[in-house]
Design a protein around this ligand. Sequence first.
Ligand code: NDP
Length: 246
Amino acid sequence: MLKGKCAVVTGGGRGIGKAIAMKLAQQGANIVVNYRNSEKEAEELVNTIENMGGAALAVKADVSNFHEAETLIKSAQEKFGRVDILVNNAGITKDNLILRMKEEDFDKVISVNLKGCFNCIKHVSSIMLRQKSGRIINISSVIGLVGNAGQANYAASKAGILGITKSMAKELGSRGITVNAIAPGYIETDMTEVLPQKVKDAIVESVPLKRIGKAEDVAELAAFLASDSASYITGQVINVDGGMVV
Ligand code: NDP
């Protein structure tokens, strides 16, 4: 379905990003696996994709850094000649109640989650505008929709992503570029592994489907949004949350 297309997945070495990179590779896309720290995981994923008969490249870049984000997108274009799909997945948490949240913890989360998303869109948009086609998929969170105690920084970053998504959908739509956001609920990855068991149990209890989501659940939607089947969908926020937020 995605044969010949080039997809850049930020934070693609592990977790949800890895599942999305794998799924897009299975659909035939050439993959750029961005990482910041997880070099080994990113290189392993590249090997896996190549062993499947696909093509992939691992690129180290901190997406919160404007110039490193530019290098990431340029590397993709140099290697594969185009960039068709951008998945802004890289994200971090630095949770604390507002009285204890440090200024740098607010700034850092906004910088990676929200500015990182802007940085990559900024650099990919000129390429997609020239191509007159493209798919931008931003990984937000249900926390960006409903907020959460102890996550003012994270919720603000994820709500900000929704604002970028809708603005970019309006700005880029006339040139055949769609921009959508996925809002995952509680997904089993390193990010949620650190939560206390009591908190995990309470979350599962609040989910109508009574299970934790898998990274692959998110990847399925990302692959659909990246495909031609989703060509008339833009500016949307779609939850993958087992019904947590309805
Ligand atoms: P993980 O903690 O498992 O993975 C985070 C990923 O982000 C890693 O690949 C990491 O790369 C990358 N990353 C972090 N900072 C940077 C940076 N500055 N530059 C480039 N890459 C960076 O998290 P998940 O897989 O769970 O989360 C993926 C996305 O999904 C995030 O945006 C998260 O907010 C969102 N999400 C997750 C939910 C969940 O329940 N898990 C729920 C809702 C949303 P590296 O290891 O190389 O640093």
